[in-house]
Each structure stands twice: as C-alpha cells, then as structure tokens.
Design a protein around this ligand. Sequence first.
Ligand SMILES: [Zn+2]
Length: 175
Amino acid sequence: MERADRFRDPGVRLWHFAKEILVRCPRCDGRALVAVHPEHRDGHAYAVGWLTAPHRLTCAGCSYVAEWTPRPWRTGAGDAYFAGRGVLVVPELGGPDDPYFGRPLWLRGACCGRVLWAYNLAHLELLEAYVRARLRERPESPGSQTLLERLPAWMKAAANRDEVLAAIGALRDLA
Ligand SMILES: [Zn+2]
C-alpha cells in the first residue's frame, strides 16, 4: 500500500475550524466571513472562551457588517459556559448553517442526496484528505470523538468516495 493512501486522524474537533467561518453574505450573497470580533480575539484560556465571545460578520465584497453578541444561558438553551461576564450559551457547532448568524455556509453543496459542508478551506482539505485515503488510521491520543470520527456514514463509505471527492473539488474552486 502506498504511503499516500494512509491517513492518520490528526484528532481535531470541529471547533478548531470555527475561528473563520465562510458564509453567504445576507446583502450581496457573496462570500463573507464570520469570526471573533477583533476586540475579543485574544486572552482566551479555552476554546469555549472565544466560541462564546462577540462575533462579527464581514463582507469584503459589499462592506456589509453585522454583530453577534453572546446570549445569557437559561434552562434548555444548550451548553452553558460560566464566564466572568455571566453564564453564556455555547453556540452549537455543526450543520450547513453558521452557528452565530444562521447564514448558509459558503462551502456547502449537494452530495449523495445529502449536504456536504465545511467552515473554511482548511476544514475542506481535511475532509478531502480523509475521504481520499484508502487506509484511515485512528488518532494517536484517545478522547472525545474527533471531527472525522463524527462524520456521517455516507461520507465515510467507500462506495461514495468518488462522488464525495467531486463535491469537495467543486467547493474547493469556490473557496
Ligand atoms: Zn456582501
């Protein structure tokens, strides 16, 4: 077996890619960016710190800007983060819309009767390397399930490899 056919799960979680989320601009439908507000970018000891920090949507194409402010947690609102500034709701990552503004992701497309999506190019490239590999190796350090371990079965199925790679290739051209 060729070395290039082997791929070891680097152990990353979806939140690793959530710092830069490409979305469709609500005004011009072009590519916009959702990221932590520049004034709140640094000083977070844990990922949950910046995940719950104020976020901003910016569109380079039409100069549209929107702000997202953290929401106070209440019963049933999801995971809670006990921050110095109160108890906040941790935005739920996953799915083909961004977790802050609810905008459709820029990198999303139909595939195998489902929706294939990625937050950004690095995320897409990880999916591509994984799907392309003939031998997929588990991450070296155990822990909660990684992004790749949580992928739906249709993306992991060998029978879908060509279709999934084609869909990823089409999205790569957009990124
Ligand atoms: Zn725009």
